[in-house]
Design a protein around this ligand. Sequence first.
Ligand SMILES: Cc1ncc(COP(=O)(O)O)c(C=O)c1O
Length: 387
Amino acid sequence: MNRSSLPKNEVLELIHSTLKHDKSYKNGNVISTMCTYPDTFAQQLFSTFIDRNIGDANLFPGVVELENEVISSLGELLHNPDAYGNIVTGGTEANFLALWAYRELSGKHTIIVPETAHFSLYKSANILNLKTKTVKVTEQRQMDIAETEKAIDDDTFCIVGIAGTTELGVIDPISELSALCLKYNLYLHIDAAFGGFVIPFMKDLGYDIIDFDFSLPGVSSITIDPHKMGLCPIPAGGILFRNEELTKKIKWSVSYLSGGHTAQTTFVSSRSGAAVIAVWGMLNYLGYEGYNDIIKRCMHVTDYLVAELDKFDELYPIQHPTMNIVGVASNKSNIVLIAEAMRDKGWAISLFTEHLRIVLRQSVTKKVINKFIHDIKEVLTCIQAKI
Ligand SMILES: Cc1ncc(COP(=O)(O)O)c(C=O)c1O
């Protein structure tokens, strides 16, 4: 902190100079991330209502009303308009809340997750003092059902299935997991942090895609993040429970707040009302058809990328993409060297053990893919020349 005050333009200059090497989600060369550049309307809503704190619910009853409408809209999208939930800080908090709610209800301490689970589940298990059993995935990188059943023991209270894995966008066999959870009386949490805003629209567009939502009777809760494919500003994760009863052990009463007595089912206490309002705004401004069009375009570019990769001898898509996430692998060059060289060329790219991950969000257009293909060809030539 400066001892004396500085003029605003000087403060701004200092900030800009420190941030000069930061990338923006707006840039086409950011092909690594699941988050999106928020729509300008969402930005406008966010800044207009920046002061709203939905943690003090009775001070901001209008925001609570909008949150209820957001949850029932998302519930409708996921085949349960009566779902109960909140807009939270992100997928991490959403996953945490589900595990917390079920640990408290069951009094047990073991969960089962696929090896493709996002690390937020391990973080949550660590905080909640849970034992995590990790189940292998099949060749299609889906949770192995026989192995899952074998892993269930007397202390197990919850299975987590992923609808849109972080590494490749794969969907676990959720209807089989649903049957398993009904058979053994377990909670089933679905992490659709990314896939929640993709799968329903893909289904509508005619893609043959796995069921993952509340239409399956064993599904207890779903993480669905508006700040990923929903074009909303961070922080906007979403947690939806099949019904409010499931949250009864994580409902905390607070009496001192300026709006009066309230009860919260989130981890954070003060919570961004601006984020909730931006989500409400985007759901209504874009509407179902707007999101459908976005997913249609993203899938079109996904197909284009796969077709371009098919022209290479050395590069290939690690498996046929389930949704708008493509894993690019090489049968010749070290993938770490490729990633490093692409980063040197200005690409923000995710690196997994065997592949580069490209998330085909709306800012990743065909033009971006053409430039990516051009640059990766140069990189491969360079690497081969050095070998
Ligand atoms: C499947 C999945 N779940 C949860 C998360 C965590 O979301 P957040 O970063 O919003 O906390 C991610 C993030 O990429 C994810 O891919």
